[in-house]
Design a protein around this ligand. Structure first.
Ligand code: FES
Length: 205
């Protein structure tokens, strides 16, 4: 399956307006818009920047991006909800994504989700009451040979069991109790032991 990022591939003229809030984070989005000359095909890049700047894609952000790229809001919303990497709700301080694609599912991914849900008293897609951890699922993270796969704050964890996954999350939260998030690469994803991930920017199987 292929997904087009815009109904038209040609560049569009620059939008004239800037966000009226004056929030400096919008200047990061504006910079990306300028870097790509306001081309509609840069939609995913712009959404990436918006999410990195704000943590999630609010309605206001989607409207702003749609306006600046002169795209229908429905189109921007469709792209933002199609890709697992994007989130439309505020996330916790730490983020754990469990792949529930076929390869991972048959290797106990559902049990990993259940273990996390029981430990942190949330269901997949939710954030703990203290805002420390968000748990979500994805259909396929594009690393099926490493199943079951988790992405914990951008770090790809491969071939975990429910027990080992739970322990990894516990350790991670303990190590970062001060609140600092580990650094990621430019795509928001760290590589570990030669494992690389596209952070869920993929086409679902
Ligand atoms: S099914 Fe999990 S990485 Fe593909």
């Amino acid at each position: 399956m292929s997904v087009k990022t815009s109904p038209q591939s040609r560049a569009r003229p620059r939008a004239a307006t800037e966000h009226p809030s004056g929030d400096p984070r919008f200047s990061l989005i504006d910079r990306t818009l300028k870097r790509f000359s306001f081309q509609q095909d840069a939609l995913i890049e712009v959404l990436h920047t918006a999410q990195e700047a704000f943590g999630f894609l609010s309605d206001d952000l989607l409207i702003y991006v749609a306006h600046q790229l002169k795209l229908p809001l429905s189109w921007v919303y469709g792209v933002a909800t199609f890709y697992h990497f994007f989130t439309l709700t505020p996330q916790g301080q730490h983020n754990c994504i469990v792949c529930m694609g076929t390869a991972c599912y048959v290797k106990r991914a559902a049990e990993i989700v259940a273990a996390l849900q029981q430990e942190y008293q949330i269901t997949a897609g939710e954030t703990t009451a203290d805002g420390r951890l968000s748990v979500s699922t994805a259909r396929c993270l594009g690393s099926c040979g490493l199943a079951p796969v988790l992405v914990l704050d951008g770090e790809v964890l491969a071939r975990e069991t429910p027990e080992s996954a739970l322990e990894r999350v516990r350790q991670h939260l303990a190590e970062h109790a001060g609140g600092a998030k580990p650094e990621t690469n430019g795509a928001g994803v760290r590589e570990r032991n030669g494992i690389e991930s596209n952070g869920g920017i993929h086409e679902p199987i």
